[in-house]
Every structure is written in structure tokens, then in C-alpha cells.
Ligand binder design. Sequence first.
Ligand SMILES: [Zn+2]
Length: 124
Amino acid sequence: MYEVSVDETFSAGHALRGYKGKCENVHGHNYKVRVTLAGKELDSVGLLYDFVHLKQVIQVVIGSLDHRFLNDFAPFDSINPSAENIARYIYDETSKQMKQTENGAGISSITVWETDVTAATYRP
Ligand SMILES: [Zn+2]
């Protein structure tokens, strides 16, 4: 199995509804996101996936979150903008825009760091 990953960062504000503690108050994070792709075969060039294309897709998805108050932004106006839900959202939006490849490489995980020491991962 091969894996490749791309990291990207964004800054955004959020508040967790129904949470008793500091995170119910409006605050911000400098988020880090890691998108990891996996597959058993490389393509004819020797790549699992084209990094350039992957970065372009991720930058569009993450650009839509950057410098936003996430609670105002669908789907986080109805579900909490937790790191877990943000990871799932980035998976859904990124996988929609990725091109199919002959070797069948796909996203194996999305990890979202809220701080240097706390992260949530979504695996489809
Ligand atoms: Zn937070």
C-alpha cells in the first residue's frame, strides 16, 4: 500500500453549541489539515496521485473556510464545527472534486489539528 499526503492550513473562528466549557465561547484556531491518499498501485509515471491536482482541489476547499466564522457557514450552521465534523466536511468536498485515476487511489484519511497537540481524523 502506498500513501501520499498534503498538508494545508487555515484560520477560522467557531463556537461549539451545547458544549459546557471554554469551547462554547467564540474563539479561533490556526487549523492544520492533512489529506492522505492511499492505493495499492502506482500509475504509469510512478505516482500514486498527481500532487499538483490534489493541492489545487484542497486549496479551493480550504480557501472556502479560511478567515470565516464557521458557525455561519453551511453545514456548520446546523452541525457543530468540531474538528471531527470539519474533517468529514473536507473529505466530502475534496472527494467530489478529485479526478478518478486508473490506479484507483482515494482519500484514506483527513486529519484536522486545532492545536499542536489536539487532532481529529475522519476515515471514510
Ligand atoms: Zn475550538
